[in-house]
Structure formats: structure tokens, C-alpha cells
Design a binder for this molecule. Structure first.
Ligand SMILES: Nc1ncnc2c1ncn2[C@@H]1O[C@H](COP(=O)(O)OP(=O)(O)OP(=O)(O)O)[C@@H](O)[C@H]1O
Ligand SMILES: [Mg+2]
Length: 176
């Protein structure tokens, strides 16, 4: 099992990057009234046909070069199922993929959130060509960030420029 939810988010979002996504949206949302903590990642990458989609939650399926096991999806699915939560993966070839795991928020086996701040930061600064939209609503915080807005403010400066990384790191630290 991966220890923390932010590790799962990193893994699933990197699948989206590998699938050639230009737009990736990530949401971590706790809803006390519903008793749920949901983690969802959507992309507009190459998608998968039905047969591939069925195979993906099998730990022995991977299309990564030289790899015979692919653990990312099956680990998140397993983490949700251990808590009697729900896991869904939908995909349309040529359009994209959506992954959603919903945890019963008070279940003792719900993984800790981990370092959401560094996960968001690392994803956007190491994949400057991708537009990320982040939403985090939990622990009394409600945070949204769209890297399109960040890029608009930056003009031509890259989101991975060291000064921008420092600025974003402080910004996320303050709000997350
Ligand atoms: N968002 C996605 N879009 C298109 N295909 C995907 C997506 N996510 C997963 N896949 C397909 O499912 C396979 C399994 O994904 P999974 O994350 O479980 O393993 P992996 O990425 O191959 O390896 P690992 O995560 O262990 O490094 C991938 O190799 C890829 O073919
Ligand atoms: Mg993976």
C-alpha cells in the first residue's frame, strides 16, 4: 500500500501526463455532511478502450516500456476498497480518463493526506506544458489553483523558473 493519499495523486496524475494530457484536474474534497473524502483526477489524454480499461486495475498490466507490473491504479483501488469506499475509472479513447476514489472519511484505514502542497508543486513545475487545475477542500481549507492563471500572470516566464518555484512554494504553504 502506498502510505499517503498525495502519493496516490502523484502516481495517477503521472499516468495522465504519460497519456499526453494537456489538461489535468485534481480534486481532493472532504464532505463532512456526506462522510466522504474523495480524490479525483481527470485528464484529456489518449484514453483507453474498454478492454484496456478492464485490465488496468490488474497489478500485472502496464504499458510502460520494460515494465511487467503497473501498480498505481490497483493500489489506489485497493486503498479505497480496504476502507469499503468506492473506486471508479472511466475512459474514452481519444478523449481522456477520469479516476475517482471515495473514502468513508472516518474509516480508520483511510490513508493520511500526506504532503499535498509538494505534490501540487512538483506536478506543475515538472510538467510546465500541462494545464493543471487543483482543488483542495478539507481540514477547514478551500483552495483552488489553475496554472493557466499562473502562466497568464507570468507572461513568458516559465512556471519552472527557480524564482517562480519559490514563489509558488510559499503561496501553497500559505494556503494549503
Ligand atoms: N490516465 C490514463 N490514460 C491512459 N492510460 C492510462 C491512464 N492511467 C493508466 N493508464 C494505463 O494503465 C496502465 C496501468 O497504470 P498503473 O498506474 O496501474 O501502472 P503504470 O503506470 O504502468 O506503472 P506504475 O504506476 O506502477 O509506475 C498504464 O501503463 C497505462 O497503459
Ligand atoms: Mg502509474
Amino acid at each position: 500500500m502506498l502510505a499517503e493519499l498525495s502519493d496516490h495523486v502523484m502516481d495517477i496524475a503521472m499516468n495522465s501526463v504519460r497519456a499526453g494530457a494537456r489538461n489535468i484536474s485534481i480534486a481532493i474534497i472532504a464532505q463532512r455532511d456526506k462522510g466522504t473524502l474523495s480524490v479525483s483526477i481527470g485528464d484529456d489524454g489518449i484514453g483507453m478502450d474498454e478492454e484496456t480499461l478492464r485490465k488496468v486495475s490488474d497489478p500485472f498490466y502496464s504499458t510502460k516500456a520494460g515494465k511487467t507490473v503497473g501498480l498505481g491504479v490497483s493500489l489506489l483501488k485497493g486503498a479505497a476498497e480496504i476502507c469499503e469506499g468506492e473506486f471508479q475509472m472511466r475512459s474514452v479513447p481519444g478523449q481522456g480518463t477520469e479516476v475517482e476514489a471515495v473514502f468513508p472519511i472516518d474509516h480508520p484505514d483511510v490513508p493520511p493526506l500526506g504532503n499535498v502542497k509538494d505534490t501540487f508543486l512538483l506536478l506543475c513545475v515538472t510538467n510546465p506544458e500541462v494545464r493543471f487545475s487543483f482543488r483542495f477542500s478539507a481540514d477547514g481549507k478551500d483552495f483552488e489553483m489553475d496554472t493557466k492563471q499562473v502562466n497568464d500572470i507570468l507572461g513568458g516566464l516559465s512556471i519552472s523558473h527557480p524564482e517562480v518555484v519559490t514563489f509558488l512554494s510559499n503561496y501553497l504553504e500559505e494556503h494549503l
